[in-house]
Ligand binder design. Sequence first.
Ligand code: NAI
Length: 258
Amino acid sequence: TRTYVVTGSASGIGATTAKTLRDRGDRVIGIDLKGAEIEADLSTHEGRIAAAAQATELADGVIDGVIACAGISAPIAKTISINYFGVAELLEALRPALAASDAPRAAVVSSMASLQPNSKEMVEAALSGDEAKTLEIAEAIVANGPEAGYAVYPSSKRAIARWVRREAVTEAWAGAGIALNAVAPGTVVTPMTAELLATEEGRAMVDAAVPMPLNSHQPAQSIADVLVWLTDTANTHMAGQVIYCDGGADATLRGDDI
Ligand code: NAI
């Protein structure tokens, strides 16, 4: 039995991932705003530190896998706090417990949206670790209206993908034997996308931005299965990768441009 921490465990991809792990006999400590073993707000520094401390205590100091799914896609500044700092700072705080495992693994959820137009300035600020400055930049973008504010989401997903690629190969992660990777989904059918996918207009908009030639919109299970594999003992050499599990959206949009 392995012990996992799954954020966003109360809904969508996180809930499906937690169920998949439990069904195969693993122990899951869920973190979410409500309806989880640990109820915490990952948009704040205090929430992240408290959640990490509680998870470490519940796991008796040894965590085998961390899967970070919690996130929002609203055109508000807070999106970067949850989607970037709520992942990066939490993972840093959980790293000592991961390092205590014989086979530690971690995986986060980025998005194919990380390829959409985003703010380089915000991404760089996030990667520098300065949350106050990052929020200032996000607020300035959001002030230009909801359409401009949407860029906060792709920026948050670009930043977390770059964080994974940068950190995964360091002494702290690879050096401690911890495999760290990301999954970038296309359009997943979850409560996050339910409203958008409910109307023809919404579906047309989403499909224009995220073409999915292979099997169209995907179930949460398609992402959960990749997250579970990345954090399984079977993954011995994959590190710092951003895996596009997106029905072919990345290949369609970027083609040869990689
Ligand atoms: P969801 O809305 O069904 O689940 C997200 C969970 O995160 C919820 O349970 C929510 O309570 C939790 N959460 C939100 N803010 C939180 C906070 N401040 N503190 C603690 N927990 C918080 O969404 P879904 O679709 O399962 O998304 C999971 C991840 O996948 C997100 O990071 C999302 O950006 C990403 N993603 C989703 C896609 C989609 O099409 N649904 C596509 C690409 C990426």
